[in-house]
Design a protein around this ligand. Structure first.
Ligand code: AHR
Length: 562
């Protein structure tokens, strides 16, 4: 393990000027004052939203989720069973369903992750008491104390249950198929099971006998996962050959199919280039079957350059100092360069950019130790730091609506950057879950170019001066409703900010802010509401307002244009 930098006490409970959370300190500017040069006394930052510079429509699927059969994600997290004392809807945790409806969850990726390339979907259909138990891909990571159904998959939650879960929460399913250990035929048959019309095939009959006569209409199919690693250990060229084979002549049944190719991790430009190069070797027409290229990016290395070792480099989810906080923000910032970098490489082969990026795994990844339920592998407890990280990542996606078609936070519940934690009858929404609720308003909006200028965050990074941006965010428009989300990453400074709307004026609005006086703030089963968003109405008229963004905060301004 890397050296743990214990700086918690440096911060403790910060005192900061709490601006009216958030709104009462908004004040009016002259309706006619030009934005530039009109800084009111005390404003140190500016945000300018350019109504005339749309960037594209924000795909709702950018706000997607990921649920792998791993640790406590499925069993205990989503699935409690029909006979459980835990309130459930046909075996699915009721409180989770209710929360996910609130955030307009658009899409859920399942069943992996690495698990996907070990999974035989046929084990998970048919009468529940006849389904086999199988060794879970993650079994070797489990401790002796881990529950049996985390090590040995009881297959009680299979395709039917997943689709039912998606219907309950109003999401589209995104199924990741097994390329490493099943033949292409099994993939076609999974599509057939899900999508063939009622009465048309033996598999449609099998689906009907489980109570699902109507086709599931699954559009999104992942062709393997991390095929450079756990998904087959392929070279990019070998995988391209497999991708072509798996996606060739897959039956459609009138359903549009969108295939997502296993893509790079981090800055794996060679994978992106090697895969596409091999695809077009047979002709540029081969690109037509690729809807998206999956990018995975985990922010795990908080060692500030000391090591690249996967275990050594990780930080602690709960015990961190100011430097660790800033380091995670910097790691989060990397996402933008990955999107731009891979997009550029993709453009070498796909001039018209018909292939989009699908960032189907993202989030911070800490060392073990903060599990809400001891024994749940890869489970960590999110804090305010993870909320800020998640917000800035979602803002990054919003700023690239032309490039990012989908993103899936890893992972939904009881795992890495989870929106929810649950165990038996205990449940809580994490700060990350609250960010998704706040940001749902961006879904389907027209992204607008927005300029942020503010004093940078400056600090001492191991004896060397370091700095990065002071405010960042994104803006989107639905008719006259403008949503502006902003992250202030500074741990102790409020940003007094002038906000200008170029090309329009403001009529009214509300501010919702997520913050806490302790940067380690988090929710738990015992204290579920330590961190929760606070909303207040702001009334103003004119072109500009100032707003106080508290330290260590995520803010959503929901503004109505005049
Ligand atoms: O999200 C956990 C794991 O991280 C996934 O199974 C895998 O795809 C990635 O390496």
């Amino acid at each position: 393990m890397g050296r743990l930098i214990e700086e918690r006490d440096l911060i403790g409970r910060r005192e900061f000027i709490r601006s009216s959370v958030m709104g009462a300190s908004c004040f009016l500017f002259s309706r006619t004052a030009p934005f530039a040069g009109a800084s009111p006394a005390g404003a140190d930052s500016r945000i300018e939203v350019l109504l005339g510079e749309p960037l594209g429509t924000i795909s709702p699927n950018i706000y997607g989720h990921f649920a792998e059969n791993l640790g406590g994600v499925i069993y205990d997290g989503i699935w409690v069973g029909e006979n459980s004392a835990v309130p459930n809807v046909n075996g699915i945790r009721k409180e989770l369903v209710e929360e996910m409806r609130k955030i307009k969850a658009p899409v859920v990726r399942y069943p992996g992750g690495c698990f996907a390339d070990s999974y035989d979907w046929r084990d998970g259909i048919g009468p529940a008491d006849k389904r086999p138990r199988r060794t879970n891909f993650w079994a070797q990571e489990e401790s002796a104390a881990g529950p049996a159904n985390h090590k040995y998959d009881p297959n009680q939650f299979g395709t039917n249950e997943f689709i039912h879960f998606c219907k309950l929460i109003g999401s589209q399913p995104y199924i990741a198929a097994n390329v490493r250990s099943l033949p292409a035929e099994a993939f076609y048959q999974w599509v057939e099971y899900c999508n063939s019309p009622a009465g048309s095939t033996t598999l449609a009959d099998a689906r009907a006998s489980a109570g699902y006569a109507d086709p599931f209409g699954v559009r999104f199919w992942g062709v393997g996962n991390e095929s450079w690693g756990c998904g087959g250990n392929f070279t990019a060229q070998e995988y391209a050959v497999e991708f072509r084979r798996y996606t060739a002549w897959v039956p459609r049944y009138g359903q549009e199919l969108s295939f997502i190719a296993s893509g790079p991790s981090d800055d794996g430009w060679d994978w992106t280039r090697g895969f596409l190069e091999e695809m077009v070797r047979k002709g540029s027409g081969e690109l037509r079957d690729i809807y998206g290229l999956a990018l995975h990016y985990y922010a795990w290395n908080l060692s500030r350059g000391r090591t690249k070792d996967w275990n050594e480099g990780k930080g602690d989810a709960l015990k961190f100092g100011v430097l660790d906080w800033y380091e995670l923000i910097r790691q989060g910032d990397v996402m933008e360069s990955l999107i731009n970098g891979h997009w550029q490489v993709m453009g070498e082969f796909d001039k018209n950019h018909s292939i989009k990026l699908v960032v189907d795994e993202w989030g911070p990844w800490y060392r073990p130790g903060s599990e809400a339920t001891p024994g749940d592998i890869l489970e960590q407890t999110p804090t305010l730091r993870d909320a800020v990280f998640s917000a800035l990542t979602l803002d990054t996606f919003n700023r690239h609506p032309d490039k990012v078609a989908m993103a899936n936070c890893a992972q939904l519940i009881n795992c890495l950057n989870s929106l929810y934690l649950a165990h038996e009858d205990k449940f809580c929404v994490t700060p990350v879950g609250h960010v998704f609720a706040m940001y749902a308003a961006h879904q389907g909006g027209q992204a607008l170019r927005t300029i942020f200028s503010s004093p940078p965050v400056s600090y001492d990074r191991d004896g060397k001066p370091a700095s990065f941006w002071g405010l960042k965010g994104s803006a989107s428009l639905h008719d006259k409703d403008l949503v502006l989300t902003v992250v202030n990453p500074h741990v102790s400074e409020t940003r007094e900010t002038e906000i200008g709307i170029r090309g329009g004026s403001l009529r009214s609005g509300s501010a919702t802010t997520l913050t806490h006086s302790d940067i380690h703030g988090r929710n738990s089963f015992a204290e579920r509401d330590v961190i929760s968003p606070k909303t207040s109405v702001v009334d103003f008229k004119g072109k500009a307002l100032t707003y106080s963004f508290p330290p260590a905060s995520v803010t959503r301004l929901a503004l109505t244009l005049g």
